[in-house]
Ligand binder design. Sequence first.
Ligand code: PMP
Length: 327
Amino acid sequence: MTTAEKLPVSIPSADQAPDAPSNQPVYSYFQGQFVPLAEAKISIMTHGFAYGTGVFEGIRGYWSESDQQLYFFRLQEHYERLHQSSKILLMPMTLGVEELIALNIELARRSNIRQDCYVRPCTYKSSEVIGVRLHNLQHDTSIIIQAFGNYIDIDRALHVGVSSWRRVDDNAVPARAKITGAYINSAFAKTEAMQNGFDEAIMLTHEGHVSEGSAENFFMVRDGKLITPPVTDNLLEGVTRVTVIELAERVLGLDVVERSIDRTEMYSASEIFLTGTGAQIAPVGEVDHRQIGDGKIGPISRKLQLLYFDVVRGKVAQYKHWLTPTY
Ligand code: PMP
């Protein structure tokens, strides 16, 4: 089967993603209720808006035509990470992981989503006050859903460049928490990369080790081993990252090594790919104008892509427990 048949290429890209059909209101979960998205509004005084004091998740739902089913991928892990991020920002969540999963599913049902989609839960400091701090503030949780295709082109090998912007350090803005305000770091890197003619940025830590892309974790193949930076190199502990580690080890029988990676090691890699809920598995063909392998999608990257898309669409029995059906 060709990639074009296998991958969800017919769906518009993120910036073109349409709203759900106009006769069907898209709902959001907002201030404890399901309301039409157009009614979910916060004040410009909101702390999270002014200071970036929020945490969020990005979750994908995959429509299976054969099963006539919408599967959400690894909801448990995403909502556990939301809890971890909230704790770091001193926002103990009243909604438990199971309740959040139930709200996620109910939101998709009410919006009658029957295509690939993206869910963005957010817990944010909702107090309408001036004063930069984390303590003595109210917080609230919202969830939105929208139709969603590819976030980045995954049918060709991307050209990436090392960013002049360093990854935020755990002692400054912890990347382990998915903090809304921290995404200014990613935005600087992504825009610089695109304005310089690259598709995506690779950010280094302050020590000069490879950390991650603007919204993706990093993997490379060297001497047949799959190598990825450790979680102590200022990265978001990606759900796709642990998924790929599991699939590479258990299904493809590869050795996976978590260790710090130097910049020029990337130039010597036989394959590189980036992983993320949005990016899925995005192969890289050039780093800093140095060709990786033959510059095309590498064999391990391709195998992992195909396996990943089978898993997320419910075609691999062994990993069906990662999926939550909607209907
Ligand atoms: N790093 C960053 C900075 C991200 O924004 C994302 C996307 N959430 C990732 C890595 C990948 O994480 P996940 O696989 O959980 O989507």
